[in-house]
Design a protein around this ligand. Structure first.
Ligand code: FE2
Length: 304
């Protein structure tokens, strides 16, 4: 059966059906998925039946997969599947997290952002698979950064066309209430990114910004904060956004280079959310094995 693409909004987001998830996908389906991603930015795949292994295997069709960081004193939930980034509110043993700092850390994911913009090596696709979904909330909201770019007022677009921003994971954590100061953030690694990215496949350009962005290069800090905030507000107006709700087994693929997203609000202390993500690096696979996320966290968190 051929792959069917059903748009969610007229220009942004689509549901894909007709893929047989029980076996490796063929070259035609792979090409059709990449075409759909280029056109729609976010694709929803219902009822995949994937587990960690098949999630990883499927994701490899889209490029080189990042390895989730090994963080000191924080055991992985999925130690046998290093490509799985945990997006749950659960401890490694499966209980709901109550550690206040970890809760605040994860709360940063509920601000508008694009994955890995704080890394010099950016991510293209994220593939998020639902295992356990809160009864209320537990959604993901998406914003269309290409349409927003196309509608920008001229004076703002000129800044975005040539400007750069500095990104830090820790800035979105600070915005979410995590106990860290701007001085501490300044002492940790940052990534300098353009504020717009042209997508070769379509010739369209997207705003590249989000809550990890803390400075506009060359602007006083307060002015940069205001510029970034306004840009995020502009791009998340109702005409650019939609939300996805999940059933277990559903997967969403988004292109981090043309979209922003944020996790939906839910009752984090009483409801379980088990979502797991694989992350595709932009561009070609590295020639030698590397582990940039582990390096990033090792450089960020002081030895103790
Ligand atoms: Fe995210």
């Amino acid at each position: 059966m051929a792959l069917t693409v059903t748009p969610i909004t007229p220009r942004f987001g689509a549901e894909l059906s007709g893929i047989d998830y029980s076996k490796p996908i063929g070259a035609d389906d792979r090409a059709a998925i990449i075409d759909a991603m280029n056109q729609w930015g976010v694709c929803v795949l219902r009822g995949t039946g994937f587990d960690n292994k098949s999630h990883i295997e499927f994701s490899r069709n889209l490029g080189h997969l990042e390895t989730a960081p090994a963080v000191k004193n924080r055991p992985r939930r999925h130690p046998d599947d290093a490509e799985i980034f945990d997006a749950s509110n659960l401890t490694p043993s499966g209980e709901i997290l109550v550690d206040e700092n970890m809760v605040l850390h994860k709360k940063g994911d509920r601000l508008w952002h694009t994955d890995s913009s704080f890394m010099t090596m950016r991510s293209s696709y994220s593939l998020l698979l639902a295992y356990e979904v809160p009864k209320v909330g537990g959604r993901t909201h998406f914003a269309d950064m290409r349409s927003a770019y196309e509608d920008l007022p001229d004076d703002i677009r000129q800044v975005v066309d040539t400007g750069e921003a500095e990104h830090s994971l820790w800035y979105s954590r600070l915005l979410a209430g995590f106990p860290i100061t701007i001085e501490e953030i300044d002492g940790r690694p940052k990534a300098r990114q353009p504020m717009s990215i042209r997508q070769e496949a379509t010739g369209r350009t997207a705003i590249y910004i989000g809550s990890h962005a803390l400075d506009v290069v060359g602007m006083p800090r307060a002015e940069g904060h205001a510029f970034i905030k306004n840009l995020i507000e502009f791009a998340t107006q109702p005409q650019y956004v939609f939300e996805v709700s999940y059933q277990p087994g559903d997967m969403v693929i988004w292109d981090n280079l043309t979209t922003m997203h944020r996790g939906g609000d839910f009752d984090i202390f009483n409801e379980r959310r088990d979502m797991r993500r694989t992350t595709v690096r932009e561009g070609a696979a590295p020639e030698q094995a590397d582990d940039p996320f582990t390096e990033y966290f090792a450089a960020s968190v002081p030895e103790n």
